[in-house]
Design a protein around this ligand. Structure first.
Ligand code: NDP
Length: 326
């Protein structure tokens, strides 16, 4: 038996608990991992609170992230004892996930734990941080350099936003953060933001084109915020869209794209091909100041995952939550 979060939905309704799970119930896979830490991401919180259609099969162990040591493997690339990370691939959605002491997975989904990080640090990064790095890689792929001007990061005090702010600053970009929490201004400045703007300004109904200010942006909010961000990007600038914390809609016009040559780059971490994942983790090892991870994250136990899920969806959690599953 091992401990884990289990989501059940049946004739009696939706239930979630921390419980003992029989190892015989683990799904198919060629690698069994003894999980040391997982995380609480936005998507996990949606799954645990039944607020979004994240879980596609019940019962389900949530958790899109995990780090641990291989316990048993028939995959050619992994042997017992190897430290590994998993992010995404539908884990915690259609395949049992990381918020448990054991997981059985497809070895092709795993990434070796980069030597720069402890297991806790890897989870302080987690899917949110790895997605932040995918955003940075996309900005770079479209040619942005620090000389081009300021980069806007929305939802900045959350997981993706915190890591994006820290990495972009370390790379020499000037980062302006957008946050709904004035109380987190000092935190965001400690990560490197030069200015913190009020989220409310970006939530108003805006014009198709505004004053050109930002060379690029990392947006986790979507909805009107993303539309207003696109409208204020400089000629030929780039916006990476990775989230929907403010809504799934996108009430924009094509004006920024056809008149200013703005690029809207979509970011998906779940099915991202392995070579780009490896590159994102390599770059995190190089371009994220690991000492910042202590500020960005805090550690909790499995029992705290349930109450924290509602807080996270309410925008009340700062940075990243690392879950020690043991
Ligand atoms: P967090 O909850 O940690 O951060 C989201 C932040 O957005 C909050 O901290 C808050 O920041 C801001 N926010 C919250 N609610 C609202 C709102 N109603 N309107 C505007 N801003 C809001 O989540 P993550 O950083 O982990 O994820 C952010 C988004 O990115 C989520 O939508 C998530 O689903 C998505 N995501 C997508 C991935 C992909 O592969 N495309 C991978 C990972 C995440 P503040 O208080 O500073 O304003």
């Amino acid at each position: 038996m091992f401990k884990g979060v289990l989501i059940v939905k049946d004739y009696a309704g939706f239930r979630v608990s921390v419980t003992d799970i029989d190892e015989g119930q683990l799904p198919q896979g060629d690698v069994t991992v003894r999980v040391s830490h997982s995380t609480l991401n936005y998507k996990d919180a949606l799954a645990i609170t039944n607020k979004g259609p994240v879980v596609r099969k019940f019962p389900m162990v949530p958790g899109v992230d995990l780090v641990g040591a291989v316990e048993h493997s028939t995959h050619p690339d992994y042997k017992a004892g190897d430290p590994v990370i998993l992010n995404g691939w539908g884990v915690g959605e259609s395949h049992w996930g990381g918020l448990a002491q054991k997981a059985r997975l497809n070895g092709n989904w795993l990434v070796p734990l980069p030597e720069q990080f402890t297991p806790q640090q890897a989870m302080a990064i987690g899917t949110a941080g790895y997605t932040a790095m995918l955003c940075v890689l996309a900005l770079e792929r479209h040619g942005l350099t620090p000389a081009d001007g300021e980069i806007l990061v929305t939802g900045a005090a959350g997981g993706v936003g915190s890591v994006a702010t820290a990495v972009l600053t370390r790379l020499g970009f000037t980062v302006v953060a957008v946050s709904g929490r004035a109380s987190e201004a000092d935190y965001l400045k400690s990560l490197g933001a030069v200015e913190v703007l009020d989220r409310a300004v970006f939530e108003k109904h805006g014009k198709p084109l505004g004053k050109e200010r930002w060379a690029g942006a990392v947006d986790v909010v979507g909805s009107r915020t993303l539309a207003n961000v696109c409208a204020s990007i400089k000629y030929r600038g780039v916006v990476t869209a990775c989230g929907l914390a403010g809504g799934m809609d996108f009430p924009a016009t094509v004006a920024p794209f056809i008149l200013r040559g703005v690029t809207l780059a979509g970011i998906d971490s779940v099915m991202c091909p392995r070579p780009e994942r490896l590159e994102a983790w390599r770059r995190l090892g190089k371009d994220l100041d690991a000492s910042k991870l202590a500020t960005i994250s805090r550690e909790v136990g499995l029992a705290e995952v349930l109450p924290l899920s509602s807080k996270l969806l309410g925008g009340q959690v700062r940075g990243r939550i690392v879950v020690d599953v043991n």
